[in-house]
Design a protein around this ligand. Sequence first.
Ligand code: ADP
Length: 552
Amino acid sequence: MAELSGAEIIAKSLKTQDVNEMFGVVGVPVGPIAAAAQKEDIRYVGVRHEQAAAYAAQAVSYIKGRIAAALVVSGPGMTNAITALGNAEANCWPMILLGGASNLALANRGDFQVAPQVEAARPFVKYSAQCNDPRTIPVFIATAVREAISGRPGPVYVDLPGDVIDAKVDESEVQWEPRVADPRRAKVAQEDITQALDALKSASNPLVIVGKGAAWAQAEDEVREFLDKTQIPFIPTPMGKGVVPDGHPLDMSAARTSALRNCDVVFLIGARFNWILHFGKAPRWREDLRVIQLEIEPEEIGTNVPTEVPLVGDAKAVMGQLNTALEAEPWEFEDNSEWTQSLRAETEEKRERNQESYQSEELPMGYYRPLKILDDAMPDDAIFVCEGENTMGVARTVINSHHARARLDAGTWGTMGVGPGFALGAAVANPGKRVLALEGDAAFGFGPAEVETSVRHRLPITWVIFNNNGIGGGLDEIDYSKPIPPSILTPDVHYEKIGEAFGAPGYYCETPEQLEEAIQASLAIEGPSVINVKLASRAPRHMAKFAWLTRS
Ligand code: ADP
């Protein structure tokens, strides 16, 4: 039988596991893995920083519902990817990181780029192991994939020493593994379904929260059907947006504060009571809040607030069970209840208020009008990637999501710098669809070189930089007679020239009309372009009753 290299066995194993995309930065010892992957018809995208590789891989995993890979060199290459592992872990997203490692035969001799990689990855992943024999590579890859996609998904790490990658072995000696089956969608007992519906029926102010666990579970059809059947008001979390299209008559996002504070029974669908939902505690929620929790991870049940009805199972399967029960015994929440009417009135009022901001003639521009221009211009099937403190916060209220898994942001970890990698992943995972990568200027600074990757791979990414000269806002001028404030950046940087330097058209916009023209020009181009939007350095957000981050 033919001889195979470790690299070829890795590529074949990945292909068997349905890994069809790999993002990486090559060098010693992983170059042969990238080459072998291309021979196996795995799409390899070379990026400019390991973090972007791992962000792109996790974005593809989330969007496509299986798993993609990132490939990094040993030592600093691997450690550069650890923040992205942490991000995937926090978001409950799968991905597989493959790290080159120093040669086994040179252990303790001061080999090139030695690092304790398996240990370094471990706190952030579901599985971290070194493969030290080329014949067992398929077992390590299959185990890693099984761990990543089962139960609550998460990232995994496989460490690959140079001499394992380069070793040649006879094909017949390799311990080949079959494709890991997609996880079975776990259902709950019928009595749990009855209890959940009884709890909802007993509520006077019921509320559904749709989280990104529902998006990962691909439960969009079932969640929409459930809401249509029950007529219960709902609010999506930031990445739960789009599971039910924004603007649905029951979508009370614009009245979020009141909805959270006054609901008496909440039904969490794939969402956690962490900081994003203010821990489920007063004053953001009622003290006597009753909770129904649909969650794949048993340990998550009851976090911060006791759960009255736990539904431990898969969101798609369990929402299907609820719909079946509602078909047998229909029930709907009163549409003209005081609760629904009051939330609807507030929603309308807030939408009106935004209308005024959308017409603003102020220069330099604030956030609202440029965001509305982008929202109006983007095709409905576009994927929206967004980061930056104010940019992301305001965009959440203005940019509409029409589809599940079509909005990626800084997420549970609040990680700034995810945008460039996410944009690459979103474009690769959705051939033919437009990606809008909206970056605050500070966030964009973590990965502008990925614009080059988008040029090289002709990815249809419209990069838009909202430039307000700093982290959360800056200054119009720097006063060099004083210490430079920590949060400011150089005023009026021409980020569009980064696009031009890499071969993508660049547009600079100071007025709404210029932005309207630039976005149309950008959409007419198949590949990427960069639009730099000058905002007021202290552009305001609408005042909210509470600060965005609950601290006590
Ligand atoms: P969000 O940020 O949207 O509130 P979180 O990331 O906090 O969402 O929570 C998502 C939850 O969804 C996690 O607790 C995760 O365990 C859960 N989850 C993941 N996959 C599934 C699934 N298939 N069915 C139900 N829950 C899931």
